[in-house]
Design a binder for this molecule. Structure first.
Ligand SMILES: [Zn+2]
Length: 70
């Protein structure tokens, strides 16, 4: 299972495998703990990821400040 998360520090959106426990942010080097962040979407298809990442990124940009409250 794959998911889309965003970095709590820099808001960079990236795709992950949900079996992972943590992932290092490619932008700011922050070690993201998968369990502690919101998984925006889940998918089984790796080929869907780029499209979903794009969507989530737009969603975050348009979101109200409440949604950024992790
Ligand atoms: Zn980051």
């Amino acid at each position: 299972m794959l998911g889309v998360i965003s970095c709590p520090k820099c808001k960079n959106v990236c795709g992950i495998s949900l079996e992972q426990k943590s992932k290092k942010c490619i932008k700011c080097d922050y070690l993201i703990k998968i369990k502690k962040v919101r998984i925006w979407v889940k998918t089984k298809e790796r080929s869907n990821l780029p499209e979903l990442i794009k969507k989530v990124r737009e969603e975050i940009e348009n979101a109200s400040p409440n949604i950024r409250d992790y």
